[in-house]
Design a protein. Structure first.
Length: 409
């Protein structure tokens, strides 16, 4: 295949043909992108110059085809001399301001973008996340937190203001991922757990009487929307239908909330508002539903309004790193690797249903910390693990630990 020839500058210019009532013209200029051309069309009535009524961008090959067609149709190129001052300037005069306005808008947008990137964003993983304003709801940074490369897509979605649902076993790191992104980008976070007593009043708002006055109190959803906070709806698979109904409207991009109870007041989302959900037993996690008693199936139409990510536990290598970082300088790599392997074995037993309790990174960190204090894994496992699970589970976990750690000689 031949490389397309460069279109010579001589092709740029005006092409006109007379009509019964005036003239029809095409104007060819260089477009923004390399090797593309802008074609503008208009019709002049008598001496009255017409506005551009067609505006397209084509590549070189396309332009050559057009030139051929125009020639066939009787368009002739107007040389600067032949065009004469009046006709050449008529179209140019009209075209100048729209073109300038477009160029100015592009320039201003580029400058704006540059300024934003420069001043108020922070790089997390591979993604620049726009910073919010510090406030008491900004979570604390966990310096040991590990951003896995797997999280980059989720970060992109946060930047694009997508609704993100994280699904995975308890303690896999769903909530902390969002909190740690918020901590680093200075966004306040509200959490609302659906596996408890959260009512639609808590969530959307309610009327109350205070000092003889009736007052409306915003729930967490309108509060987060108005104030540009990040709202995490935890364990959404336990939410009441009325809460899901309130959420559905807000799941659309720029979706507004209608407070029916408050005379249909409309709450528009602040640009910083973000909405997240976490769930244990939804979608790809439905196979584990029996482990999460009482979780509701979520219908696909509802799930389709979210980007749903399955968050697995950290890999043993990642968890080893987190142990070392969290418990530096005393936690050695060899110790950490063994503890991470124990956690992985417990999780495998949980997935097989041999164990009825999940083994979270939090539990592992707590056990490790206590072990460094006591010098005794078994003693440390008492308050960190055994006392929290059934005797059967404790016995099984004790077996897994003994499999990895020989008793002191
Ligand atoms: N990527 C990570 N880096 C460091 N620690 C983590 C990471 N993921 C999870 N953890 C630890 O595990 C704990 C439990 O995670 P959490 O987000 O509460 O889980 P979930 O919301 O899935 O139940 C966190 O508090 C944190 O200490
Ligand atoms: Mg959580």
């Amino acid at each position: 295949m031949n490389a397309p020839d460069l279109i010579e500058d001589e092709y740029l210019g005006h092409y006109r043909r007379a009509t019964e009532t005036g003239a029809q013209w095409w104007r060819v200029t260089v477009a923004d992108r390399p090797e593309t051309y802008r074609l503008e069309h208009g019709v002049d009535e008598g001496d009255r110059p017409g506005a551009v009524d067609m505006d397209l961008v084509v590549d070189a090959e396309n332009l050559r085809a057009k030139l051929k067609k125009w020639r066939r149709e009787g368009f002739a190129m107007q040389s600067a001399d032949a065009a004469g001052e009046t006709s050449a300037s008529a179209a140019d005069r009209l075209a100048f301001m729209p073109e300038l306005q477009r160029a100015a808008a592009l320039a201003s947008a580029a400058k704006h973008r540059q300024r934003e990137e420069h001043e108020t964003s922070v790089r997390i993983g591979h993604v620049d996340v726009r910073c919010g304003v510090d406030n008491p709801l900004v979570p604390r940074i966990n310096p040991a937190y590990l951003f896995s490369m797997r999280f980059n897509d989720i970060l992109e979605d946060i930047v694009e203001n997508r609704r993100v649902m994280l699904i995975g076993h308890t303690g896999a790191g769903k909530t902390s991922l969002i909190e740690q992104v918020a901590a680093r980008s200075h966004h306040g976070v509200l959490r609302s757990n659906m596996n408890g007593q959260t009512t639609v009043g808590d969530f959307v708002g309610f009327w109350t009487v205070k000092g003889g006055e009736t007052l409306w109190v915003d729930g967490v959803l309108p509060t987060a929307m108005r104030e540009g906070l990040w709202l995490i709806v935890d364990e959404i698979d336990f939410a009441e239908p009325s809460i899901l109904a309130a959420l559905t409207a807000v799941l659309e991009p720029h979706g507004r909330l209608v407070l029916k109870e408050k005379g249909n007041e409309i709450v528009a989302p602040h640009p910083s508002f973000r909405l997240f959900a976490t769930a244990n037993a939804v979608g790809a996690m439905s196979q584990f539903r029996h482990l999460y008693q009482g979780a509701n199936l979520m219908n696909e139409a509802f799930l389709d309004r979210w980007r749903v990510y399955l968050l697995d536990y950290l890999s043993p290598a990642e968890e080893t790193d987190v142990l070392i970082r969290t418990l530096a300088p005393h936690m050695t790599r060899a110790l950490a690797a063994t503890l991470a392997a124990i956690a992985a074995d417990c999780r495998a037993a949980f997935a097989r249903e041999d164990l009825s309790s999940a083994f979270s990174t939090r539990r592992l960190l707590d056990w490790a910390e206590l072990m460094l204090r006591t010098g005794d894994p078994e003693r440390a496992a008492g308050p960190a693990i055994y006392a929290k699970v059934s005797p059967e589970d404790a016995a099984l976990i004790r077996g897994i630990i003994r499999h990895h750690i020989a008793p002191a000689g």
